[in-house]
Design a protein around this ligand. Structure first.
Ligand code: 1PR
Length: 552
């Protein structure tokens, strides 16, 4: 097998990149010291986390001159995500830290006054001057996850010889990919962008992308460098996510199950755990139906020590070999003690999951307890929570907080200290107000903390996204809880995935049109075969909502 070298300079969730490269028929060899860079013919710089952290790791380990020498020698080089950002001069994310300065310019943060940041999801990478740049296609979508970007100004980079592909998010047009000579860099993650992303990796690895670019270099743009900003049409798609609740059944097999308001046992007298299928097979099926992400929740993790939970790791390993969209794993991400008495940190558990192919971890119960401490300590951040530690090591985008709220009705707005809403669906005694109480241990224990408090606390701690379930709606097929979603969206800036209650494609349309949710998740309706992910996406597409279609 031909080889490609990958720079191993910082802990990262690069398993999916390795899988994608192997899928393209190449073997990965790790570069673990600056001296080894000289062995590389094709080199990839995967970027994870924070600009300053990435650059300081590269420079303190002595990689910068070795990288420059590789690039100056004209050997193929590819940067991904922060690996693209590292090529620029600097970033507002860490102004003290210099980039490699191969592309002049400074990155800035997306404006979050009217949209969620990070920018997470499937968007364009279009290059009008080179429409087939590294096999990028105008009709394809690519998976992005980042808070900082290089704002695109027509002609500025082109006039320096760079071919530039762009995307637009909430009116801000930014660089999605740049290429020049032997260099390709993508802000999106090609390894998580399905078949469209694999095409880009292949065009880099087999040299066809660089060859085509040499025949068709970018043209000088008259007036380049002016302040003219380029607005292209909004490309971010509506994300549709499939969720698999996984647990051991009474026979000891790990199965996909699904509850009604979190009760996953059959209503029949034997009350056995509902078995809806095998996790790896079902994840692959949803990927092929066009799911934009797949989430696994290990729903009984609070009973066992997760460190011993090898089957979940195996599920991730197997799934990530064939599913090239982001994978999230939740359940049991917290500091714990192994069966032999060894202490294992949440960060170590998350690392095991990342190494097995997860792109994000989802934290449930532990986030609630951390938020309570945050308020008890007068909103102080000590840096020791699972959220803070994992987001520091892997970036905010890698940490999702899964919220399991329950409605609590009250007769008056000020009947509780909690953030109430006036509801259109009064309570059993006609109560017109309600608040949403957070729970832990899969809804078994209700805490004196509301969803606004929880989501604001975890946002401050560095969570990158909220998975917003709703126990009252779970498994009811009656649609999402729009009131809950609206309340949470108003409280925070990070993206929200709405979950619980989806029963038909119309419910997805409703949640996207009536709230500002960033993504919507379904479980039971897909597992029971009532609708496919593809049917949901077709339905949304027919009604003018932008969706990504699966490319086979
Ligand atoms: O607390 O960090 O160990 O994480 C445990 C995780 O397991 C949490 O994310 C929690 O939401 C989840 N969980 C625990 N118990 C259950 C249960 O069902 N008994 N499942 C559970 C949560 C909710 C969604 C479901 C949607 C959509 N499941 O995942 O997929 O409600 O369902 P629908 O479309 O069929 O309505 P920790």
């Amino acid at each position: 097998m031909p080889k490609v070298h990958l720079l191993d300079y910082v802990a990262g969730n690069v398993r999916s990149l390795v899988n994608a490269i192997e899928k393209c028929g190449y073997e990965v060899e790790w570069v673990r010291s600056p001296e080894e860079v000289a062995n590389a013919e094709k080199l990839i710089l995967p970027g994870v986390g924070h600009f300053g952290h990435c650059l300081s790791q590269l420079s303190s380990a002595g990689y910068v001159p070795a990288l420059r020498a590789h690039i100056d020698a004209g050997k193929p080089f590819m940067g991904i995500c922060v690996g693209l950002q590292a090529l620029f001069s600097s970033s507002a994310e860490d102004p003290q830290c210099s980039g490699l300065d191969l592309v002049p310019g400074t990155l800035d943060r997306f404006d979050d006054s009217s949209k969620s940041v990070p920018h997470i999801g499937w968007n364009n990478a279009s290059c009008p001057t080179n429409p087939t740049l590294y096999d990028l296609r105008p009709s394809s979508k690519y998976y992005y996850v980042h808070s900082y970007k290089y704002t695109y100004k027509k002609g500025v980079l082109e006039n320096l010889g760079w071919a530039v592909a762009t995307a637009t998010y909430g009116g801000e047009t930014f660089v999605g990919a740049v290429a020049k000579g032997n260099i390709l860099a993508t802000q999106f993650h090609p390894e998580k962008s399905g078949v469209a992303g694999l095409r880009v990796i292949r065009a880099f690895l087999d040299g066809s992308g660089a060859k085509a670019l040499a025949f068709n270099p970018p043209q000088i743009v008259n007036g380049g460098g002016s302040d003219e900003l380029v607005a292209s049409s909004e490309g971010l798609t509506r994300r549709v996510i499939a969720c698999l609740d996984v647990r051991t059944n009474d026979q000891g097999d790990l199965v996909v199950t699904k509850g009604d308001q979190y009760d996953v046992r059959e209503k029949s007298s034997d009350r056995s755990v509902r078995n809806l299928g095998k996790p790896v097979e079902m994840a692959k099926r949803y990927y092929e139906q066009g799911a934009d992400e797949v989430t696994f929740l290990n729903i009984t993790s609070f009973r066992d020590c997760p460190v011993a939970d090898l089957p979940m790791l195996e599920i991730l390993r197997k799934t990530s070999e064939t599913v090239f969209v982001p994978l999230t794993i939740g359940g049991g991400i917290r500091d714990t003690v192994d069966v032999d008495g060894t202490k294992v940190s949440a960060l170590e558990i998350a690392t095991m999951y990342f190494k097995s192919g997860a792109d994000k971890v989802s934290i449930g119960s532990d986030a609630v307890l951390a938020a309570e401490e945050y308020y008890n300590g007068g909103k102080t951040l000590f840096g020791n929570t699972a959220i803070e530690q994992i987001s520091k090591a892997y970036g905010n985008q890698a940490v999702v907080v899964s919220v399991d709220p329950k409605r609590v009705y009250v007769p008056k707005q000020d009947a509780t200290r909690h953030a109430t809403i006036k509801t259109q669906f009064p309570g059993p005694k006609g109560e017109e107000y309600c608040w949403y109480a957070c729970t832990i241990k899969g809804g078994r224990e209700t805490r004196d903390l509301d969803v606004v408090e929880l989501t604001q606390a975890v946002e401050a701690m560095g969570a990158g996204e909220i998975l917003l379930n709703c126990i009252d709606k779970d498994g009811t097929n009656s649609g999402f809880d729009l009131e809950l979603i609206t309340q949470v969206k108003e409280a925070i800036r990070i993206p929200v995935i709405s979950s619980s209650g989806a029963g038909n494609p119309g419910h997805f349309q409703e949640v996207f049109e009536k709230t500002t949710t960033d993504a919507a998740l379904g479980a039971g309706m897909f597992h029971r075969g009532e609708y496919t992910v593809q049917q949901v996406k077709d339905y949304l597409g027919e009604r003018g909502l932008v969706v990504r279609q699966f490319e086979g």
